[in-house]
Ligand binder design. Structure first.
Ligand SMILES: CC(C)(COP(=O)(O)OP(=O)(O)OC[C@H]1O[C@@H](n2cnc3c(N)ncnc32)[C@H](O)[C@@H]1OP(=O)(O)O)[C@@H](O)C(=O)NCCC(=O)NCCS
Length: 412
C-alpha cells in the first residue's frame, strides 16, 4: 500500500544540477543509515497547519522491504561530498495474475514492487526521481521481473506524473484502504459466531484455494505465514456449524469469513502531527472516558499523537449465508487482539474496489482512503501472455480476473 506522504510543491528546480552528475548506487547500512534518515526527515513536511501523518522507520531505512524474498534500496548521490539526495526501495516476488485459460491453475508472473521513493526537496524536478525509478527497473529486469508496479495516493500528482508521463506506467487498479482505530473497550463478536485459529498449513491450503484466481496472490504465501510478524490466520463461522466442520476432509464450512493479521508495529510507526489543540483535547477526553467506562463502548480515538503501530489485516475472504456478519465479527476479534497490544493504534485493510468483503470490514471513512492508485508497467516487452483465445494479451490492459486484489502484508 502507499504511505500517505505530504506533497511539496516544487515548480522549478532550486539548483542547477546536471542529472548525469548524480550517481545511483546500492544502500550500505553501516555507511548510509544516518544520512538517509536525515534526508527522509527533510522530505517529511507538514501540510501548513493541517493534520499530517508521519512515518518513523525506527532506525532501519530498509525495513519496508526487508521481509520480502528479494529486495534492494538504491541511493542517488550528488557532488564531491557525495550528498544523498534521493532514495528508492524495491522488492521482487512471484504473484498470480489470474487463472490459466479453461483451468483453475493460477498464472504466475515475477514482479518488482517499487516503493519508498523520496527526493530531497531542494533537488526536485531535476530528473533524479526518474533516474532512480529507471535504475530500479533495471534491477528488476536483471532478476527476471516481467512487470513493475507501484502504489501511490491518488492525490500525489508529482508521483503519478513521474510514473505515467516519464516512465510509461499505466493506471492499473485502485484498491481501497480501510482504517479503524483501536478503542479502549473490547468489541463484541456478535451472537452465535465462533472464531478459530488455523494452523499455518491449513491457512495455506485454504488460501491457495480461495485466492487461486486473484491478482497479486504471492506464490510464497507459506513464507508470509511463517514470518514472525504474522500473528495468525483466523476463521469466523456460525457456532452451530463448528462441530460439523472437520478441516481434515478438505471441505470448507458452508459459511465463513477468514483473515490474517500482520504486525507492522515492530517494523515502523506512524504519528499524527499538526492537529489543533481542541481536536487533541477531544481525542484525549474520549479515550479517558472509554478507558473508565468501557461498557459504554465509546468510539474513542487512541493516542495517535505519539508514535503508534498498526495491524494489517490481509487475505480477507468470506463465503456463504450471513458472511458479511461473520466478517464483522472477525474484524472485532482482530480489534480485540490489537486492543491488548499497547501502542497499536489502528487496524488497516486494503481490498479491491469491488471486493464484496468491503461491506463487512468496519472502518472510519475519515481515516480511510477510497482509492490507492496502483500503476504498472511491463518490463519485458518481448514476452507476451496467453489469453483465453490462445492469442497474446497484456495483463496491463486486461480487465481484473476477479474483484479481489491480494495485498501482500510485507509491502504494507
Ligand atoms: C515524487 C518525487 C519523488 C519526484 O522526484 P523528482 O526528482 O522531483 O522527479 P523528476 O525530476 O524525475 O520528475 C519527473 C516528472 O515527474 C513530474 N513531477 C515531478 N514533480 C512534480 C510536481 N511537483 N508536480 C507535478 N509533476 C511533477 C513531472 O512530470 C516531472 O517531469 P518534468 O520536470 O519534466 O515536468 C518527489 O517529488 C518526492 O520525493 N516527493 C515526496 C515523496 C513522494 O511523493 N514519493 C512518491 C511516493 S510513490
Amino acid at each position: 500500500m502507499s504511505m500517505k506522504v505530504s506533497v511539496q510543491i516544487s515548480p522549478k528546480p532550486l539548483l542547477e544540477v546536471a542529472v548525469d552528475s548524480v550517481v545511483v548506487r546500492e544502500y550500505e547500512e553501516e555507511r548510509d543509515k544516518g544520512a538517509v534518515e536525515e534526508m527522509e526527515r527533510r522530505c517529511e513536511v507538514g501540510q501548513g497547519g493541517k493534520p499530517s501523518l508521519f512515518t518513523d522507520l525506527m532506525g532501519d531505512p530498509i525495513c519496508r522491504v526487508r521481509h520480502s524474498p528479494s529486495y534492494i534500496m538504491l541511493l542517488a548521490e550528488y557532488g564531491e561530498e557525495r550528498e544523498i539526495v534521493g532514495v528508492i526501495r524495491g522488492c521482487m516476488k512471484t504473484v498470480s495474475r489470474g487463472k490459466k485459460p479453461l483451468s483453475n491453475f493460477p498464472i504466475y508472473v515475477k514482479v518488482t514492487y517499487i516503493l519508498g521513493l523520496r527526493v530531497s526537496p531542494t533537488f526536485r524536478r531535476l530528473g533524479i526521481g526518474t533516474k532512480l525509478v529507471k535504475k530500479l527497473e533495471e534491477w528488476g529486469k536483471q532478476n527476471g521481473a516481467e512487470y513493475a508496479y507501484m502504489a501511490t495516493d491518488c492525490a500525489n500528482e508529482a508521483s503519478i506524473n513521474l510514473f505515467t508521463l516519464k516512465c510509461a506506467y499505466v493506471k492499473f487498479r485502485t484498491p481501497a484502504i480501510l482504517v479503524h482505530p483501536v478503542h479502549a473497550h473490547y468489541k463484541p463478536l456478535g451472537s452465535g459466531i465462533a472464531v478459530v485459529r488455523l494452523s499455518p498449513q491449513l491457512a495455506e491450503s485454504v488460501y491457495r484455494r480461495v485466492f487461486a484466481n486473484s491478482e497479486f496472490f504471492p506464490k510464497d504465501i507459506d513464507a508470509i505465514f511463517s514470518n514472525k510478524l504474522n500473528l495468525g490466520t483466523f476463521m469466523a463461522l456460525p457456532k452451530k456449524s463448528l462441530p460439523k466442520w472437520d478441516p481434515r476432509t478438505g471441505n470448507l464450512p458452508p459459511s465463513f469469513a477468514i483473515l490474517s493479521v500482520w504486525n507492522t508495529k515492530e517494523v515502523f510507526k506512524f504519528q499524527v502531527k499538526g492537529v489543533r489543540a481542541l481536536t487533541y483535547a477531544c481525542c484525549v477526553g474520549s479515550r479517558l472516558l472509554d478507558a473508565w467506562m468501557p461498557w459504554l463502548r465509546i468510539p474513542s480515538i487512541p493516542d495517535l499523537f505519539r508514535p503508534f503501530g498498526v495491524y494489517c489485516l490481509y487475505g480477507l475472504h468470506m463465503e456463504g449465508k450471513g458472511a458479511s456478519r461473520l466478517m464483522k465479527g472477525l474484524c472485532a476479534f482482530a480489534h480485540n487482539i490489537a486492543r491488548d497490544d499497547v501502542g497499536c493504534g489502528a487496524l488497516v485493510a486494503e481490498v479491491g474496489q469491488c471486493d464484496p468483503v468491503r461491506e463487512g470490514i468496519p472502518h472510519w471513512r475519515k481515516f480511510s482512503w477510497a482509492e490507492d492508485l496502483w500503476c504498472m508497467k511491463k518490463l519485458n516487452t518481448a514476452k507476451d501472455d496467453i489469453d483465453e483465445s490462445g492469442g497474446a494479451s497484456e495483463w496491463i490492459t486486461s480487465r481484473p480476473s476477479t474483484s479481489v486484489v491480494f495485498v501482500d502484508p510485507r509491502e504494507f
